[in-house]
Design a protein around this ligand. Structure first.
Ligand code: GLN
Length: 233
């Protein structure tokens, strides 16, 4: 599984997800603490942030520690909404930027931790940016969001359909539109920390008190008004 994290709250730089916390995504790329599938996340990384309402993305296929430009870029990229991911490619999936989260469509940015049989997700979208399973899953979500369906309905519907096609699928999703976040826990860990804003991450970024585990098979929704967690049945 890859590792991902997001922030919604007062403007912060991307370093607050990557290199400032002791167990940020930089450390998690080579020494994750709770990862059950895979040992390192060195098959690429990607970040997204918002310039006003416009999402900006940076994706690479090198390990996050190997990009010498990243510290400066991450310090300069400040936003009220941030998303970041480090990747451990599933066997058989290509290592290319188009297979690397965050995937994007209009205002949306999406990351997937997990694995799903492509036969289960290909029927859910017309096309995808890459043959990677996560790209197909992202396309399934984006197609429905483009149709105007609410995120809170789209995620359980897509996860339900994918899990029906592949009961072994692991489908942790993290999605943002810039003013709100949504995350699915389905087959892997997910944690949240509320202080001045909302942090969501595959595993805690540090050892501060206050990290709470999100139960498996549930949907977390976060907006400036608050956070809710509901079971997905
Ligand atoms: N299946 C996705 C990929 O190949 C995500 C992998 C993961 O979560 N480790 O990139």
């Amino acid at each position: 599984m890859c590792r991902h994290a997001a922030w919604l709250g007062p403007a912060r730089s991307l370093t607050t997800l990557i290199s400032d916390p002791e167990h940020g995504l930089l450390r998690q790329s080579y020494a994750p603490r709770l990862q059950k599938y895979g040992t390192v996340n060195a098959d690429g990384f990607g970040f997204g942030w918002y310039d006003g309402s416009r999402p900006v993305r940076y994706r690479r296929t090198v390990p996050v520690w190997a990009d010498a430009n990243l510290p400066g870029l991450a310090a300069a990229a400040r936003s009220t909404c941030l998303i970041a991911a480090v990747r451990s490619a599933t066997a058989g999936m290509p290592i290319e930027e188009t297979a690397t989260a965050p995937f994007a469509d209009g205002p949306w940015l999406l990351s997937h931790n997990g694995r799903v049989g492509r036969e289960a997700v290909r029927p859910l979208a017309a096309d995808a940016e890459s043959v990677c399973d996560s790209a197909w899953l992202a396309a399934a979500v984006f197609t429905r969001l483009r149709d105007g369906l609410p995120l809170a309905d789209v995620l359980p519907a897509v996860v339900g359909a994918a899990a029906e096609g592949d009961p072994e699928a692991r489908l942790n999703l993290l999605v943002t539109g810039g003013s709100h976040l949504a995350a699915v826990a389905w087959g892997d860990t997910l944690f949240t920390h509320l202080q001045e804003g909302v942090l969501v991450a595959s595993e805690p970024l540090d050892d501060r008190p206050g990290w709470r585990a999100v139960p498996d098979r549930s949907l977390l929704l976060a907006s400036p008004d608050g956070v809710s967690v509901t079971p997905i049945d």
